[in-house]
Design a protein around this ligand. Structure first.
Ligand SMILES: NC(=O)c1ccc[n+]([C@@H]2O[C@H](COP(=O)([O-])OP(=O)(O)OC[C@H]3O[C@@H](n4cnc5c(N)ncnc54)[C@H](O)[C@@H]3O)[C@@H](O)[C@H]2O)c1
Length: 418
């Protein structure tokens, strides 16, 4: 009988992972509580930006792939992989409710010998301190009756340079036997596995990767503000510094870091560190700089427009948190748009991935633009550098173009950069 894998949570992480396991020859059962996702899969339409309808149709047409919203389906699975969201609560502390409710729903269906692997990003200790006691409510003992591991997801949506299977996969287990089971399953799907001693190391690896990014990009935002005041081109500085063959890694400034991971995961670590009475000054400062960056963009724009018009009109280009994805979670374009609206400006947006957006109860529809229609705006601001944006019209049609992503090459009098 073919080994069966259940993937719980078919989002940006779960669907590509389920696809990879399927490609590797496993029988795959995808489980999601979001009926819209299940509907899309039934209709053969994709809900992820870098996953085509054709790919969905191919996957769902396979006899080795099934999907459902019923947890009962995990009963026949050899391994169950958890890919549910791990956002923040209002007070910026970890919200493990999705993980807890998925684990709770699994309980009546768990059986002896199954492997459970958590892939969601979370604070070190989650697998041992939260999942073990939860799963053991089933009556099965972890390491004896049930195997449990953690493997951080490193997928980079929108980045087509790397195949998921070629991204080295960090794997861990609560016990030696658990790690052995994780390696047996993942080894068939991934080109290289990186086993580590325990689940805390694996959890911390993911948080370290993302915290390093938050801190370094925030630092570059600080550098770019200093460079602007000193009339120095930060982008040239970074390019020049990058020619050093060792000791320098390039990070780039921008309108702020958004998304479900980089601004969120470090706060999971902060929460855990604070619980141990440890402070996290680097994380705190990086968060502060990052939170302030959208307002810096707004202020720079206002300054560049001068005092001519009290309530200018502006076209924001790009609402998603990064290029070539359809994900607006934690996107810094949102606070930029909200602030401009608050200041009484007329704001339109263009984003090939976002049809409309509701802010404070009002729905805004994305617009198309051409060189001519751009002249009706006082300024355009590039917040996300999607590949399919018509940059040439933006350059030719805008009165003032603020490029926060350094995607306009060449020098133009009416183009300003961070
Ligand atoms: N998106 C990324 O680029 C990325 C990269 C690496 C790691 N991660 C981490 O992976 C995890 C998942 O992120 P994502 O971006 O795929 O989120 P997502 O919101 O795109 O997908 C999560 C899915 O889980 C489903 N879900 C929620 N609760 C459920 C439950 N109780 N039972 C079954 N399904 C449930 C949701 O309906 C959703 O479809 C998070 O911890 C995230 O931090 C994300």
């Amino acid at each position: 009988m073919t080994t069966q894998i259940a993937v719980i949570g078919l989002g940006y992480v779960g669907l590509p992972l389920a696809t990879l396991f399927h490609k590797s020859g496993y029988d795959v059962i995808g489980i999601d509580i979001d009926s819209r996702k299940i509907d899309c899969l039934e209709k053969g339409t994709s809900y992820l930006s870098d996953y085509s309808d054709e790919e969905v149709k191919q996957l769902t047409a396979s006899k080795r792939f099934r999907f459902s919203s019923e947890f009962k389906k995990i009963e026949t699975a050899h391994a169950i992989i958890l890919c549910v969201p791990t956002p923040l609560r209002n007070h910026q502390d970890p919200d493990l409710s999705y993980l807890e409710s998925a684990a709770q729903a699994m309980l009546p269906h768990l059986r002896h010998g199954q492997l459970v692997v958590l892939e969601s990003s979370t604070f070190p200790g989650t697998t041992e301190e939260v999942l073990v006691p939860l799963l053991e409510k089933s009556g099965l003992k972890v390491g004896v009756d049930l195997f449990l591991g953690y493997s951080p997801e490193r997928i980079d949506p929108g980045n087509l340079d790397y195949e998921l299977e070629d991204i080295a996969k960090v794997v861990s287990g609560v016990t030696e036997a658990c790690l052995h089971e994780v390696q047996a399953i993942y080894g068939k799907a991934f080109t290289s596995l990186v086993p580590v001693d325990n689940t805390r190391v694996a959890e911390m690896t993911k948080i370290l990767e993302n915290t390093q990014r938050l801190i370094n990009i925030s630092f570059m935002n600080e550098m770019s503000q200093i460079c602007h005041e000193l009339n120095i081109d930060i982008w040239q500085v970074i390019d020049a510094a990058s020619t050093k063959p060792y000791g320098f890694t390039a990070y780039y400034p921008g309108p702020g870091i958004g998304g479900h991971c980089i601004p969120v995961d470090p706060l999971y670590l902060k929460w855990k560190a604070n619980e141990q009475k440890l402070s996290t000054p680097f994380i705190d400062l990086a968060k502060k700089v990052n939170d302030e960056q959208p307002m810096y963009v707004v202020d720079r724009l206002e300054k560049a427009l001068g005092s001519g018009k009290k309530t200018p009109s502006v076209l924001l280009v790009g609402l998603t948190y990064k290029k070539d994805v359809n994900d607006v979670r934690e996107s810094v374009s949102i606070p930029v748009m909200e602030e401009l609206i608050k200041r009484g400006w007329t704001v339109d947006y263009h984003d090939p991935f976002v049809k409309d957006i509701t802010l404070q109860g009002k729905t805004y529809k994305g617009i198309q633009y051409d060189q001519q229609s751009l002249s009706s705006y006082d300024a355009a601001v590039i917040l996300t550098d999607h590949s399919q944006i018509d940059y040439s019209s933006l350059i030719k049609g805008s009165s003032l173009l603020f490029d926060t992503r350094n995607c306009i090459k060449g020098t133009y009098d009416h183009v300003i950069r961070l």
